[in-house]
Write a protein that binds this ligand. Sequence first.
Ligand code: ADP
Length: 181
Amino acid sequence: MRLVLLGPPGAGKGTQAAILSEKLGVPHISTGDLFRANIGEGTPLGVEAKSYIDAGKLVPTDVTARMVESRLAEDDAANGFLLDGFPRTVEQADILTELLEKKGTALDGVLNFNIDEDVVVQRMLARGRADDNEETIRTRLQVYRDETKPLIDHYGDQIISIDAEGEVEEVNQRAMDKLGK
Ligand code: ADP
């Protein structure tokens, strides 16, 4: 299955993606994780991405898209993937569509994790990642509203809506049910 995971920061996409990846047998590809790995290793990509991430802003699309394209070219993604954190803008969605068209494939669906903003702020503050301070969280939520939320309309009837409030296992079951698994 080729799926995109959408939802505000802190919706639990990464947690759900890890479980779904196991159950569906396709790799979890998280742009946030890829950036953090690059930052950890001090690669040029990591150095470039860090200032944007620390400010809660989007890393420029050309850099991000190149990283995603090379990850999707790896063998394990040939028959499916769970894309978490990409696309985050309509521009990125168009790039992804083209990239998949070149391979003669397309998405099977877009899981949208619905959750209240107050809940995500609490979750992020509790998580305490380097970019999880109050100011950065506010910026990321604004970026989400302005740039990412329009993807819900963009994907239209490809959207599979999941209620993301509740226990991890419960949310996962809702996703599996909606996927017919
Ligand atoms: P969260 O889901 O909590 O926002 P992520 O780990 O997905 O966290 O992303 C962390 C940061 O990485 C984002 O705030 C952004 O700076 C950067 N990032 C991740 N994906 C993208 C993307 N598709 N385009 C641009 N920047 C991105």
